[in-house]
Design a protein around this ligand. Structure first.
Ligand SMILES: Cc1ncc(COP(=O)(O)O)c(C=O)c1O
Length: 421
């Protein structure tokens, strides 16, 4: 038995499913998850020293790749000067100023520790300032481990369990489901629940039903609906932020009222952030009545890593180069997979690999994908030394450490992997 398999067996005895976040398990593709020990640039190594080109990139945070020298230096310096003070630090100021400059719709920002925290805090702001209970979300959009959002839609379909398992009906009774890229489905909810909808939340580029870009006219119509009805528009850019560009809102030309960020913001350190117009954010405690807090929020290690990451992202051509290489990878991979009914939708540095459908527009397309064919391809790619996310629904990505040569090598390996199909 390989060392990775034997350690994974040990993990399964003490940690449910052997993983601290279910995405990491191979339950959607079969087999045992690989146990990793090291990452550098575009590569990761498992416990048996098998080397992989990493196209999972930790599900989003690694836009700079593994162990980027600027992040390693920032973290090392920060830890040696004290990892946490529980009092304001000057790096919060620099980090907030840089982030606000890169995401102009955020006039003020709060840092938290995860994407889920950013989402739940933004919902609280929306409900508090509007005085309304209901939230519109889209089937197939993922927003993290957030009670009003995680037990409805795709997630419930996947687990097949009762909704909402482990919560009371009150937690989700105010969550309304609409269809992505279908404005009529949202208009119907506003008609049915007048003066009750606090906000619409969506991923402007989805990453959990394959990569789907929201259509521009759909986003404009959502913004108009929100303005007409006094509701807030929230973009969950936890996944798209600093991956498709600085943000999808920049790319698509629409500014939401509130933005949630996470993942890539701090170059691989645990972080979340949310922000928007001053008049909304100034309602947060201690200035206003809306409570949100956290011991580790804005700690100097994360802030200094974040500053280093934002400096890298601000270098001229950073996202243009990332996108050009990702586009090259995806177009060539799509050619390789075309005889097998494979598609490779992509946006910026993000992409997904699906089989058996001709396009992705919303969750109905996504859930018609051939998951068995994906599982075969996933394992063949793994054997060739390419680590994809172990699910056809979830977004893969490249980092700035994936050079042109690396992408060409990756394509050769994926071409061989496709032979099993
Ligand atoms: C769009 C989106 N929002 C929120 C989250 C939750 O982020 P975290 O896992 O950091 O809590 C995720 C995580 O995958 C995500 O993809």
């Amino acid at each position: 038995m390989s060392l990775s398999d034997s350690v994974f067996d040990g993990l399964c005895k003490v940690i449910p499913g052997g993983v601290n976040s279910p995405f990491r398990a191979f339950h959607l593709v079969g087999g045992k998850a690989r146990v990793m020990k090291r990452g550098l640039g575009s590569r990761i190594w498992d416990l048996d020293d098998k080397e992989y080109i990493d196209l999972c990139c930790a599900w989003g945070p690694l836009t700079l790749g593994h162990a980027h020298p600027a992040i390693v230096q920032a973290v090392t310096e920060a830890v040696s000067e004290g990892a946490i003070f529980g009092a304001p630090n000057k790096w919060e100021l620099e980090m907030a100023e840089r982030l606000i400059e890169l995401v102009p719709s955020m006039e003020m920002v709060r840092f938290v520790n995860s994407g889920a925290e950013a989402v739940m805090s933004s919902l609280r702001v929306a409900r508090s300032v509007t005085g309304r209970p209901k939230i519109v979300k889209f089937e197939g959009c993922y927003h993290g481990h957030v009670a009003p959002l995680d037990a409805v839609g795709k997630e419930a379909d996947e687990s097949g369990g009762p909704v909402p398992l482990g919560t009371t009906p009150a937690v989700t009774q105010d969550t309304l489901l609409a269809e992505f890229n279908n404005i009529a489905s949202v208009e119907a909810l506003f008609q049915k629940f007048p003066q009750q909808i606090a906000c619409i939340i969506l991923e402007p580029v989805t990453g959990s039903m394959g990569v789907i870009e929201a259509e521009n006219r759909f986003l404009t119509a959502l913004q108009n609906l929100c303005q007409k009805h006094g509701s807030l528009l929230i973009f969950d850019e936890v996944l798209s932020g600093f991956r498709v560009d600085t943000t999808a809102q920049k790319r698509l030309g629409i500014e939401p009222d509130l933005t949630c960020l996470g993942k890539a913001v701090a170059g691989g350190l645990p972080v979340g952030a949310y922000g928007g117009k001053k008049e909304l954010m100034e309602k947060l405690s201690p200035l206003g009545p809306i409570y949100q807090a956290g011991t580790f929020c804005g700690n100097p290690v994360t802030m200094r890593a974040g500053i280093a990451a934002l400096k890298e992202y601000s270098k001229p051509g950073f996202f243009e180069n990332l996108e050009a290489r990702c586009r090259y990878l995806c177009r060539n991979l799509a050619e390789i997979l075309r005889p097998h009914q494979g598609i490779v939708p992509h946006c910026g540095g993000m992409f997904s690999v699906g089989f058996g459908v001709s396009q992705l527009r919303h969750h109905n397309d996504a859930f018609q994908q051939d998951t068995e064919r994906f599982a075969k391809f996933f394992h063949a790619a793994l054997a060739q030394g390419v680590y994809l996310p172990p699910s056809t629904f979830d977004a893969a990505s490249i980092s700035s450490a994936h050079s042109q040569d690396e992408i060409d090598l990756c394509l050769e390996k994926l071409k061989q992997a496709a032979d099993v199909l």
